[in-house]
Design a protein. Sequence first.
Lengths: 375, 602
Amino acid sequence: MGNIGLYIHIPFCKKKCLYCDFNSYDIKSLDENAYIDALIEEINFYANEQKYNFKTVFIGGGTPTIINPGNIVRIMQAVEKNIQTDAEITIECNPGTVDKKKIDIYKAIGINRISIGLQAWQDDLLGVIGRIHKREDFLRSFTLFRDSGFNNINVDLMFSLPGQNMDMWIETLTKVCNLGVEHLSCYSLIVEETTPIYALIQSGKLIIPDEDIDREMYKTAKEILNNYGLKQYEISNFSKDGLCCAHNLVYWNNEEYLGVGAGSHSKIGGKRFWNYSYVNEYIKNIRDKKSAIEGFENISILEDSWETIILGLRLNSGIALSDFNDKYKTNFLKQYEKTLIKLKEEALIQIQTDRVILTDKGQDLSNRVFVEFMK
Amino acid sequence: MTKERQKHIRNFCIIAHIDHGKSTLADRLIEKTGVIAIRDMEAQVLDNMDLEKERGITIKLTSVKLNYKSKDGEDYIYNLIDTPGHVDFTYEVSRSLAACEGAIVIVDATQGIEAQTLANVYLALDNNLELYPVINKIDLPSADPEFVKKEIEDVIGLDAGNAALISAKEGIGIEEVLEGIIKYIPHPQGDEDAPLKALIFDSLYDSYKGVIAYIRVIDGKVRPGMDIKMMSNGAIYEVVEVGTLRPAMFPSSELLAGEVGYITGSIKNVRDIHVGDTITDAKNPCLTPLPGYRKVTPMVYCGIYPADGADYNDLRDALEKLQLNDAALLFEPETSIALGFGFRCGFLGLLHMEIIQERLEREYNLDLVTTAPSVIYHIMKTNGEMVEVSNPTNMPSPQEIDYMEEPIVEASIMSPTEYVGTIMELCQNRRGIFKDMKYMEETRAIINYELPLNEIIYDFFDALKSRTKGYASFDYELKGYAKSDLVKLDILLNGENVDALSFIVHKEKAYNRGRAMAEKLKDVIPRQMFEIPIQAAVGQKIIARETVKALRKDVLAKCYGGDISRKKKLLEKQKEGKKRMRQVGSVELPQEAFMSVLKLDD
């Protein structure tokens, strides 16, 4: 087995945010230790049965930093022997959930990248979207990480939030950039139908900026971040030179990854498979010595090539044609000739010597592009 | 002897408003006379199409032969002939009435007489039928049989003294009705020895037997091997089989004067059989045909196109199959720049159109795009020629037109008096000409209007229903053509005329309709890669304009490992949606855009 990415899911939060549709639950309602026991059993299954070598590890959630740091230690011990020496190891963190003791433990067990969910600089905006932290909590956490020597920190931000205007967005961007972060993710709010914020917006209780303002905010982010040396490398991601998120690049390069924990997805050997989402169902299956896997699908070569296209085009480096042609034994430019001509005419893509990339307009309308490549 | 035999036959039908219990009473009569064992009885046996059951209406009529032993021990044959219960099928109703000597008139004890009942009562009286009133639903708490009796006497002028009080649902009073039929409905009095004279009141296509004609023998007899002649066109066929319907086909050696049944010959096309036509003996024909025959002509037309051009042949096959059993359905190929290859289809009316569209989609699994309905306009050209136009695209250029005529109907609307004002307002808005208004009793009135047919084919029913909380009932009949100031309204998208969106409208209404149409299209056309101007035009003159703004954002901000399958499904859905759109020039149009004109509230 080659080098793959490892995703570890911690499905607990203190409180779910109004826009969140992730697989996460109130930590008080569930048994943390039982979950970690099951998780370690699942990790051991993969570690013992097959030879995996993890080049990246991403502990995500939920809020991984709210659980007992001893449990993070147990998890890392379970995967330790399969981790490559120079691996990027990230933990997601919400402001106000860490103290010096926790951070020192993370450092000691080899975690070398932090991703903090700030979302917005303004406390009232944070309140509107149901975040339970304040800006001060973020600053305190951020400083603690820095003081402990973490030199690769990402901050998550959101735009098109209810009540957010351009000034607020610019303030958020500049304040965070001035802290000298290495990496930024800027997400346009996705209003999922299953979330409370959807109902609030539908009923007119919350109003989100329109499509035109949304795109202005996006454009502004690209400009400001570029000035701070944070280069865009994916539709929603920006980093200082050489500090792209290696784990997420595994997804966008359509490489193989293993996901462990409730609801995690994996893609290995032409198959995609996923675990039971509900924490107790996941625990029970593992306890009963049954598989945690709820389902799988085989990915045909054709489908895989489409995934390579739609994931690869998310990157500013686009699709490398020679790699694509080698992998799928085809000639990309020929195979998609008509599509490429149309998309080029619509100024959605650019074709370079060995690459196809999205234009700025193409990034705004990327779904249109992806659909065109669908067979 | 021949008279004696006919004294024991009763041919009748049931007249009722939708939901007043026609099918339920038919079920009870069938059940009581034991034709079908109760356990085999599906609810409402005469309505055998799924669609009919769902809508609670009868589309295709059938008849059934029942054997009844009366209380005094005599054996009777009852031929119950079912009639479709909707205004679109007036002619078919009139022909099945003509096959009977009498009719049971059902009136709902809680609702009283409705426009449709009255319309059919008049048809029955035109055909010299004896009427036997039956008041249904007397078990309901709100039933008021005395009031309904009085209404029957006042409005229809029928003696309600003999009216049966029943509940078809609960099986109350059914025996009284069975006895009443003998008493109040006359027996046939045909001449068995005269040359054959039989009325076709329906036909059906069967893949083994070919066309099956349902007939009522008036005079003479018909038996297999005989050559028969259709009096409308002189076509001659050899009879292969005759029989009765119980309700399954039951072959017999002959059908005699006064009897109802079916015949088959090697008749390939349902079009060769005309409802209302007279069948006679080819060798010994009768002198004159039965009165009342006319060729059925569609009144409402629309374009039907496959959503996916590849389904064109499937659509043609489906239309051909439907036409086998529906002589009133017309279709011919047509081409639209916007919609590609499809068919212009003619229907008896709006309901008929909706039924055909639904059957195509449901029974033949076709995904359709239909254009707004149109009527047939008579266009007098300056060169003296008259052309009939049912597709706005075929309208000659204005300088070639001397004047135009449009079909006018006589409409009668029955309603509680409190809604008279709002109904009159609606009819005035639809260019109606008030004829008269009669009070049926203190609280109900019947209002008669002359209305252009093109004003009621859009959303008149819906508007009437919503303005009267569903209390008004409506019936219409074609009166003729009248000169009218009509124009063709075109819709331009991104500067291009979209032929399938054009419609013909009265000049005075063009501005409002054009504006409403542009607004409606703005709502239904999704944002696209570029800005799309929508214009409504009469000739060269733009009368309304709207704009669909360009799409700025169509992106998934997040896509990580766990998101990929979900996002893929989303994109697949988007692709599906795109497939369902029609590419018209540079613009992608959703299917509902072509029906927009139907949903303009005014």
